[in-house]
Write a protein that binds this ligand. Structure first.
Ligand code: SF4
Ligand code: SF4
Length: 245
């Protein structure tokens, strides 16, 4: 089946996504050039953002939330990657160009930190799937921060989704900020560099990053041996009332 318009895409995706958003290229003015959709695909006109939710029950497990979350994240990344690749094939069969954006890795390591090829968080916000909350994650009215994202960048011009202007957080809530064991929200903004080593780990990291020389290879480590990372902290997500329903 070849796909040429927005309703074809929504119909073809069906219940294999929990949400889908369409962000036109002119909404990415603030994206860094290296990670702009037009840098990823010449002539790009639309970013299609695909979203799948991880189960709410994870946050109600007394002892095994991290185990369930680990597997749910990595299985969901594979689902989204596979769906994005298949969607690209359908769009190209309809005559346009498209590329699948990975739900997690490959990542690019730069002086400023580790980045996805495209910021899926910003793409989700620009595609109307939620607003970026105090906790630094995309908050969706129905799913809270439980959505994981994949995307397709395409030359097809597709009808845009409306942007969500308001955060769905209850008035006065700061549970995510107050729960953080390392105060990664000091000063009112989420500090990704502080959160990273506390929330993500991998058995290979202490060995692979033991010397300055080995640090030069960290992009290779993240994208190969480090792919199936472990989740060590989800406190800010666990306490969020939007995730608990
Ligand atoms: S994941 Fe943990 S360390 Fe990171 S911001 Fe949330 S509570 Fe803090
Ligand atoms: S914990 Fe409260 S402030 Fe933080 S994201 Fe959830 S609803 Fe918003």
């Amino acid at each position: 089946m070849d796909i040429t318009n927005r309703s074809d895409i929504i119909g073809w995706l069906g219940d294999r996504v929990d949400a889908v958003g369409f962000a036109p290229i002119d909404r990415f003015e603030e994206a860094p050039e290296a990670h702009h959709p037009s840098t990823l695909l010449k002539g790009a006109r639309t970013v299609i953002v695909l979203a799948r939710a991880i189960p709410r029950g994870i946050f109600y497990s007394p002892e095994h939330s991290l185990y369930f979350l680990h597997r749910s994240y990595h299985t969901t990344y594979n689902e989204l990657d596979s769906l994005a690749l298949d969607l690209v094939r359908r769009i190209e069969a309809g005559g346009e160009l498209a590329v699948p954006i990975p739900a997690y890795a490959p990542l690019e390591v730069e002086e400023t930190g580790t980045w996805g090829l495209l910021s899926l968080k910003h793409a989700a916000m620009l595609g109307g799937l939620g607003a970026i909350g105090k906790g630094g994650l995309v908050l969706n009215e129905k799913f809270g921060s439980r959505l994981r994202f994949g995307a397709v960048v395409t030359t097809a011009e597709l009808e845009p989704s409306l942007i969500v202007e308001e955060l769905p957080c209850p008035p006065g809530c700061a549970a995510c900020i107050e729960s953080c064991p390392i105060n990664a929200f000091e000063g009112g903004t989420f500090n990704k560099v502080m959160c990273g080593p506390t929330s993500i780990g991998h058995a290979i990291y202490p060995l692979a990053f033991a010397t300055d020389r080995s640090l030069e290879n960290r992009e290779l480590v993240f994208n190969t041996a480090g792919y199936n990372y472990w989740v060590k902290c989800i406190e800010c997500q666990r306490v969020c009332p939007l995730n608990r329903g």
